[in-house]
Design a binder for this molecule. Sequence first.
Ligand code: ZN
Length: 369
Amino acid sequence: MKKAYLLLTVLSFVLLTSCSNIQGEVPSSGSATEQEAPVENEDITLPEETVSNNDNKNNEDEVIIDPVSQIDLSLNPNELGEIMILMYHGIGDTESDWQRTPENFRKDLEYMYQNKYQMISLNDYAKGEIKTKAGYTPIILTFDDGRQNNFNYIEENGQLVIDPDCAVGILEEFKNKYSDFDVTASFFLGTNPFGQKEYVNDKMNFLVDNGYDIGNHTYSHEKLEMLGSDDIQAEIGSVNNIINSYVPDYNIETLALPHGSNPKDEYLDYMLEGSYEGREYKNIAVLDVGWRPAYSPFDTMNNFKSLYRVTASEIKVDNCGMYDYFKQFEAGSREKFISDGNSNVVTIPKKHEEYLNKEITGEKIINVY
Ligand SMILES: [Zn+2]
């Protein structure tokens, strides 16, 4: 690999210094192999930008990377495996179905780090843009209801600081503890996000500036099945408008259904698109309440309008808490998503090929093995 990088660097230098008209056409990243498209495997197609430009005579020495040749199959990549979308609510002193203690939340994060899980954003999942490194499994953390113990400011020595035992405080702690841990989470908010009205602006901007996502959990947390089209649009649109009053450029595009309640069939589209007070909203992913890992975004079985979540708890008696699924993944009785390390390549075992949703993979290179 290092030799190949070196080769590319040297070739790039020669090209740049000898041909003044090829600026911007030198491959920008990765290692190099000879100029050959990978033609042996019928499943592989190259997007236009990686195909060599044979019309340009000056590019004779240009080297093309075959991203598929870079995939390490010994890591057993499986990008049709399942991904857990964890459903947290509160972080507080007592453990319950809807609350995790700070100690247990730290235990969860430590488990993820030690067992090669990497947090990704729900938005990236919904777009099929999974940038998890090779051999690692993406995992998504969601927090519903915008409780103050998700993001709490406290005063310490006259200074305002993030409560070290609130969700954001603990996530930031792990970000600092492990520099190679991708720390993020999605917070689903309604009115009065995180309490402490005087700090809402600071909190919203902190989340957006530090790589967290904000989603919609509706204005009054009512079951959407009880509502008509105008009320559904008001429930969703008003929350977006509130959040955007603090972070105007942030695009809210995910919705967690209160009580997991879908609108009636005839109003289902308003869950995804609508408008309120002259502003439109559009959701690309809608979260249910439970009770199993989600499919890969590339799986034909997946439904972005009704994504499964796993309760982030250990006290469920019906074997559907997060550690039950961790155990099943480790035992191999369920297949987890294992990344190939390249978000432009979708690597899948041959036996799952029939489940590949090519509408979602789009221009990505498909690598079946
Ligand atoms: Zn809720």
